[in-house]
Write a protein that binds this ligand. Sequence first.
Ligand code: F6R
Length: 249
Amino acid sequence: MKINIYPTAEEADYAAALRFTEIVKSVIKPKIGLATGTTPIGFYAQLVKFYQKGVLSFKDMTTYNLDEYIGLSPDHPQSFAAFMDNHLFSAIDLPAAQRNIPHGDTADSHLEAERYNSLVEGNSPLDLQLMSIGLNGHIGFNEPGETLSTSAHLVHLTEETREVNKKSFTQGEVVPSSAITLGLGAIMKAKRILFLAKGDEKAEILKQAFEGPLTTKVPGSFLQLHPHMEVFLDKDAAKYLTVNINVVT
Ligand code: F6R
C-alpha cells in the first residue's frame, strides 16, 4: 500500500480524482465500485469538473455502490441512491441502466443481498473500488465484530455508526438500523482500491487500520492485505502514520 499525504483535503481529492481518471481510461468497460459519506463529496465534485472539461467520460462504466440503508426507497433524500444522484450521477453521462445500488426498499433483504452479490462479483472483479473508513473501522458497512462476511449481506448497524450518520438526517428523523453492504470478498478482489480519508477525526482509526494488527474489530485493517491499494489522505488524517508514507508537498 502506498500512502500519499497532501497538505489539504482539496489536494487529496484532486490527486485521487486524477488517478481515478487515469485508471478508468486504461480499461475498456470499467466496473467501478463507489462509496457514499462525507469523504467522497469533494472527490465527486472534482470528477464532475473533469467531465465538464471533457477529460473524463462515464458512458462506458458500470458502477456498483457499496451499500444502502434498509427501508429507504431510492427517492428518500437520505438514501445512498439520492446521495449519488445529488453528488455525481445527475451531473455526468453515466447511463441510468449502468448505475447499481442495493435496493433498500425490498421485501426480502437477504434475497436482495444475494442478488446484489452475484451482480457485483458476476463474471469479473471490480476494476476499481473507491473506499473510505468509518470512525469505528468499518469499510462499506462491514461493522466491527467477532466475524466478517465475504458476501454481500444484511447488517445491523452499530449505535456508533447510526450516531455518526445522524449528521445526514434531519432532526428527529430516525437513522435506519440496518443496511445491505458488499462483503469483504468483492472489496478485496477489486483489482485496485483508491482509498480516501480526510480530517483529524480519522487519524486514530487510520493508525489502527494501516499499522495495527489484522482484526475483525477493525475491518479496515484487512485492507493491508490488498496488493494494489493507493491511499490519498490530507495531513490531518495522516498525522499518526509512519509506515509506507509519501508526503507530497
Ligand atoms: C459509504 C461507506 C462507509 C463510509 C464510512 C465513512 O458507502 O460504505 O464505509 O465510507 O462510513 O463515512 P464518512 O465519509 O462520512 O466519514
